[in-house]
Design a protein around this ligand. Structure first.
Ligand code: RFL
Ligand code: PHB
Length: 389
C-alpha cells in the first residue's frame, strides 16, 4: 500500500493530524495497536484551550464540542481554608472549554469514518524503516498477515510508550526528564460538580482537584503515594479524603456516588529533542509529557499538530521543505513554555514528601503572592488559557 503520510497512533494527535491532512487532500493511513473501543475507554484530559478548540473546528469536527462543552472563564485556587478565583476573561479576554478527551476522540473517529479515511485498529508489531531515506516504510501485522505501507513521511503520534521515538538511535536524541514523588488518583462519577468552576486545592494532606465532564458528571483527583494501589482506595475512603482537602463550603457541597472509573497516574515531565528525524516527525505525548496540573498535555498535542500539518501542507502545496525544517524548533519553543507552566503549577500545589519547612514556607508565600497580585494572576491566566501558536 502507498500513502503520503503514515500516522502511528489513533489518539488525539494522530486523529487530528489525519483529519486536517485528509481535508487538505493529503492522503494518510493511521495505524493503531489497540481497538477503537479501548482507545475510547481511556479517561484523560478535560480542558481545551481556545487554540486547540479552533483547530478542532478547522478539522470539521467541532460542532458537538461547541454545543456540549462548558465554557469556563476562570478557576479557583484553594488553600488555608479559602478559595480564590482567577478570572481568565478579565485577565486575558479568553476562556477554556471543559469537554472530555474521550468525546474529542469520538468526534474525530466519527469524522474520519465519514470522510472514508483509513484507520487500521489492532495493528500489531508496527515497525518503522528507512526513516532517513526519501522512501520510508512502515510494517505491521493484522490478523496474522504482514503488511507494508510506503509513504513520504511518518508521523509518530503513538504516545509516550510508542514505537516511533524508540526507533531513533540513542545518539540522535536528547531527553530531559523529571519524575515527581507522587501520583494522582482519579475517579469519574455521575454526580453534579462540587462547584461551577474547577477547584485546585493545596492542602497539608496533599493536592486535590475537582473537575467535571458535564453538569452531572464529576472528575475528581487527589494526590496519592506512588506505591498506592486502586484496591487501597474504596470509594468511601476517596470521598472522605477529598472532603478533608477542600474548604468547608466546597466540602459541604460534595455529592458522593459510586465511581464509574478509578485510576492512578504517575506524574512526569519529559521532553525529547529534536522532534524530527529525517522523514519521521514526532507529535504529542510521543515527544513530551507534562504533569496534568496545568491541563496542557492534550493542548500541546494540538499545537504540535497545528505546526506539523501546516508544514506538510507547505511541502505538498509549494514544494517547500522550509516549514518542515523548522517544525521541531517551532514546536519545542511552545512545548518548553507549557513544561515550565506545568512544573510550576505542580510545584505550587502539591505536598512534596521530602519537602523541608523552608520549601513549604516558600510555597505558602508564592500562593499568597498569587492571590494578592494582579500581575501573578495574569501570568497564571495567560498560561492556563494557552500561549499563542
Ligand atoms: P495518546 O493519547 O497516548 O495516543 C497515542 C496512541 O498511540 C497508540 N500506540 C500505538 N499505535 C501503534 N503502534 C504502537 N506501537 C503504538 N504505541 C502506542 C496508543 O494506543 C494510543 O492510542 O497520545 P497523543 O495522541 O499524543 O495525546 C496526548 C494526550 O492523550 C495526553 O497528553 C493527555 O491525555 C494528557 N492529559 C491532559 N491533557 C490536557 O490537555 N488537559 C488535561 O486536563 C489533561 N488531563 C491527561 C490528563 C493525562 C492523564 N493521564 C492518565 C495520562 C489527566 C490524566 C489523568
Ligand atoms: C480533568 O478534567 O481531567 C482535568 C482537568 C484539569 C487538569 C487535569 C485534569 O489540570
Amino acid at each position: 500500500m502507498r500513502t503520503q503520510v503514515a500516522i502511528i497512533g489513533a489518539g488525539p494527535s494522530g486523529l487530528l493530524l489525519g483529519q486536517l491532512l485528509h481535508n487538505h487532500g493529503i492522503s494518510n493511513v493511521i495505524l493503531e495497536q489497540r481497538s477503537g473501543e479501548y482507545v475510547l475507554g481511556r479517561i484523560r484530559a478535560g480542558v481545551i484551550e481556545e487554540g486547540a478548540a479552533d483547530l478542532i473546528d478547522r478539522a470539521g469536527v467541532g460542532a458537538r464540542m461547541r454545543r456540549e462543552g462548558l465554557v469556563h472563564e476562570g478557576i479557583e485556587i484553594s488553600f488555608g481554608g479559602k478559595r480564590h478565583r482567577i478570572d481568565f476573561r478579565k485577565r486575558t479576554g479568553k476562556a477554556v472549554i471543559v469537554y472530555g478527551q474521550t468525546e474529542i476522540t469520538r468526534d474525530l473517529m466519527d469524522g474520519r469514518a465519514a470522510a472514508g479515511a483509513e484507520t487500521v485498529y489492532e495493528a500489531e508489531n508496527v515497525s518503522l524503516h528507512d526513516i532517513q531515506s526519501g522512501r520510508p516504510r512502515v510494517r505491521y501485522r493484522k490478523n496474522g498477515t504482514e503488511h507494508e505501507i510506503q509513504c513520504d513521511f511518518i508521523a509518530g503520534c503513538d504516545g509516550f510508550h510508542g514505537v516511533s521515538r524508540q526507533t531513533i538511535s540513542e545518539s540522535a536524541i536528547r531527553t530531559y526528564e523529571r519524575i515527581y514523588p507522587f501520583g494522582w488518583l482519579g475517579i469519574l462519577c455521575d454526580t453534579p460538580p462540587v462547584s461551577p468552576e474547577l477547584i485546585y486545592a493545596n492542602h497539608e494532606r496533599g493536592f486535590a482537584l475537582c473537575s467535571m465532564r458535564s453538569r452531572n458528571r464529576s472528575r475528581l483527583y487527589i494526590q496519592c503515594r506512588l506505591d498506592d494501589h486502586i484496591e487501597d482506595w474504596p470509594d468511601d475512603r476517596f470521598w472522605g479524603e477529598l472532603k478533608l482537602r477542600l474548604d468547608q463550603q466546597a466540602a459541604s457541597r460534595i455529592v458522593t456516588g459510586p465511581s464509574i472509573e478509578k485510576s492512578i497516574a504517575p506524574l512526569r515531565s519529559f521532553v525529547a529533542e529534536p522532534m524530527r528525524f529525517g522523514r519521521l516527525l514526532l507529535a504529542g505525548d510521543a515527544a513530551h509529557i507534562v504533569p496534568p496540573t496545568g491541563a496542557k498535555g492534550l493542548n500541546l498535542a494540538a499545537s504540535d499538530v497545528h505546526y506539523l500539518w501546516q508544514a506538510l501542507a507547505a511541502y505538498y502545496d509549494e514544494k517547500s521543505a522550509a516549514e518542515l525544517d523548522g517544525y521541531s524548533a517551532r514546536a519545542l519553543a511552545r512545548v518548553w513554555q507549557a513544561e515550565r507552566f506545568s512544573w510550576w503549577m505542580t510545584t505550587l500545589l502539591h505536598r512534596f514528601p521530602e519537602g523541608s519547612g523552608f520549601d513549604q514556607r516558600i510555597q505558602g508565600a508564592e500562593l499568597k503572592y498569587l492571590v494578592g497580585s494582579d500581575a501573578a494572576q495574569t501570568s497564571l491566566a495567560e498560561n492556563y488559557v494557552g500561549l499563542p501558536y
